[in-house]
Design a protein around this ligand. Structure first.
Ligand SMILES: C[S@@+](CC[C@H](N)C(=O)[O-])C[C@H]1O[C@@H](n2cnc3c(N)ncnc32)[C@H](O)[C@@H]1O
Length: 211
């Protein structure tokens, strides 16, 4: 899919929640577009082989596959509110799901279906922009993280967004310092910003914190 020659309003809604055949195409494009962002976020997470990890908004499931590879003695959970993305990610991670190394769930970040203190790491790549007021989502992330656990959000910087996408109003534009404040308000500590410039994604940053 050529992201530059489509209706930006429709594309923005598809990026927020991929649906139908177009959603499958958008998912395939995401897998390419977010590759560098995923690699950078995973690097920041310092994943250990026994970690229990949650990804929010897994999309087509590329990051899940990489995290599975890095946690041979761990466990990986993923949640996404798009049935189309669940289907794509389940196809991509079929073997690991059969081995009960991974569990993918249809659901919303505002109500995470996990016990308190379940995960060593929680992360999301280009999902935070869809949370205009992230208070509930961050409270949920804080609840499911173990004490000492790490959270990481990657956001493509608004200056690297596709032309016209900002005007759709579907995405909330934030600087790294805004996200840092959001994390601090939610009770996270040792908050750190790491900036990157990865092609083809353009400029982006990870904001990390600890519980
Ligand atoms: C732009 S895509 C990014 C997908 C993937 N993280 C990647 O890097 O390719 C955003 C994803 O987050 C999911 N999503 C957005 N808001 C969500 C929410 N509140 N709860 C669960 N999933 C959400 C969408 O369905 C979509 O799959």
């Amino acid at each position: 899919m050529d992201f530059k020659n489509v209706d930006m309003g429709k594309l923005a809604l598809q990026l927020r929640k991929p649906e139908g055949d177009v959603g499958t195409e958008v998912g395939a494009a995401m897998a390419q577009f977010n590759m560098g962002a995923i690699a950078f976020t995973i690097e920041c997470l310092d994943i250990q082989p026994t970690d229990h990890i949650l990804e929010i908004g897994f999309g087509p499931g590329e990051a899940i596959a990489e995290v599975v590879r890095l946690t041979p003695n761990g466990y990986v959970a993923g949640i996404d509110h798009s049935p189309v993305m669940l289907e794509m990610a389940a196809h991509r991670n079929h073997k690991a799901m059969m081995q009960e190394h991974v569990e993918l769930t249809l659901g919303d970040a505002r109500a995470l279906p996990y016990e308190d203190e379940s995960f060593d790491k929680v992360f999301a790549v280009n999902v935070f922009q869809f949370w205009p007021d992230p208070t509930t989502e961050l409270a949920e992330c804080h609840r499911v993280l173990k004490s000492g656990g790490r959270i990481a959000f990657f956001l493509t910087h608004p200056t690297s967004w596709l032309p016209g996408i900002r005007e759709t109003g579907v995405f909330t534009a934030r600087e790294a310092d805004d996200v840092k404040k959001n994390l601090a308000n939610a009770g996270f500590t040792n908050i750190e910003i790491r900036e990157t410039k990865t092609e083809p994604d353009g400029k982006g940053f990870v904001v990390m914190g600890e519980k």
